[in-house]
Design a protein around this ligand. Structure first.
Ligand code: FES
Ligand SMILES: [Fe+2]
Length: 351
């Protein structure tokens, strides 16, 4: 059986997951190229924590809670280059190392004690073209969380160093973040719900690969022998699809065809909603028309999944299902994910 249905609908459970999971996990934040130069910054969300990542004048990459110490407004938005982080609400101004540097009218407030006020530091690390953040300032290194994922990803034939960013797509799902991840983690539904995908990739139980490691899992979709001619899957050297999930909420997709990779951040937005950010990367030489085709394919599959997870969410909220049922073989990556969720929640100190 699955986790209790109530875990997918109750605000208190999401609260537990924020503390037990998202407050201490590495999550995809954005592109390393966006923060390559001193003063460059990018904003992201790590669970419910708004984050600003900034390259200091000393060259060090830092991340802070993007929450002004004055009254809580975000100090930065989007991406760009700056000399200081100045909150757009009342213009409290922070240095790139997070320390508070200027407060308008501070000289008229003799009772205001600003000693030690600074943006709270978080953990940040780069992996190839990606920046990851972890709200825990004492987090173990990103490389521990990644484990062998870089080697597994390399088996797909992707050259991380040769990728350039093409597009960012943002989306929302009317479903709990776990419903969304669980849908990602099985392709039992693919022959039924994704006819376009199933026409290109062999999603049969015998051919489709489900693989799991400690902190991640991945799926391999070989190309069908007989498939429609002239699609993107035949326009390059990548011979099969590889879809990776990294605990708790980052996914990395490589389709067959040209050098292509997308990375997604899945962000809980209340118990029944998930926000997502997808960054699409392609090899230098991949033409624009092919980029459109790959992104269009992924949008089509994504729209089908969005309808599936919204329906599941309504079912889980119906009060008629205490536990759902899992297929031990075809859905074993879902079971793996649920075990990690249950373990993390059980291990977290109770409030
Ligand atoms: S909330 Fe940032 S300056 Fe007031
Ligand atoms: Fe799907």
């Amino acid at each position: 059986v699955t986790l209790p249905a109530a875990w997918y609908t109750e605000p208190a459970q999401l609260e537990r997951e924020h503390e037990a999971i998202f407050a201490r996990a590495w999550q995809y934040a954005g592109r390393a190229a966006a923060v390559a130069q001193p003063g460059d910054f990018l904003c992201a969300d790590a669970g419910r924590v708004p984050v600003v990542v900034v390259r200091g004048r000393d060259g060090a990459l830092r991340a802070f809670a993007n929450v002004c110490r004055h009254r809580g407004h975000a100090v930065a938005s989007g991406e760009g280059t700056c000399t200081t982080l100045q909150c757009p609400y009342h213009a409290w101004t922070y240095d790139l190392d997070g320390t508070l540097r200027a407060v308008p009218r501070a000289e008229r407030e003799p009772e205001l004690d600003l000693a030690g006020v600074a943006l709270p530091p978080l953990s940040v690390a780069e992996w190839g073209p990606f920046v990851f953040v972890n709200p825990d300032p004492e987090a173990p290194p990103l490389t521990d969380a990644l484990g062998d994922l870089p080697e597994v990803l390399a088996q797909s034939g992707i050259d991380l160093g040769g990728l350039r960013h093409a597009r960012r797509v943002e989306w929302t799902l009317e479903a709990n973040w776990k419903v969304a991840i669980e849908n990602y983690l099985e392709c039992y539904h693919c022959p039924v719900a994704h006819p376009g995908l199933a026409e290109l990739f062999d999603v049969s139980a015998g051919a489709y690969g489900l693989h799991q490691a400690e902190t991640f899992s991945w799926q391999t979709g070989p190309l069908r022998e007989r498939r429609p001619a002239g699609t993107f899957v035949d326009a390059g050297e990548i011979e099969r699809a590889q879809w990776h999930w990294l605990w708790p909420s980052t996914t990395v997709n490589v389709e067959a065809g040209p050098q292509n990779l997308s990375i997604d951040a899945w962000i809980p937005d209340g118990p029944g909603r998930t926000r997502g950010v997808s960054d699409y990367f392609f090899g230098e030489a991949v033409p624009e028309a092919l980029i459109d085709e790959v992104i269009g394919f992924s949008a089509e599959v994504g729209a089908q999944d969005a309808a599936l997870v919204a329906s599941v969410q309504r079912g889980l909220a119906s009060g008629t299902l205490d536990h759902a049922l899992l297929m031990p073989e075809s859905e074993r990556l879902v079971a793996h994910f649920q075990r990690l969720v249950a373990d993390a929640v059980a291990a977290a100190p109770n409030r």
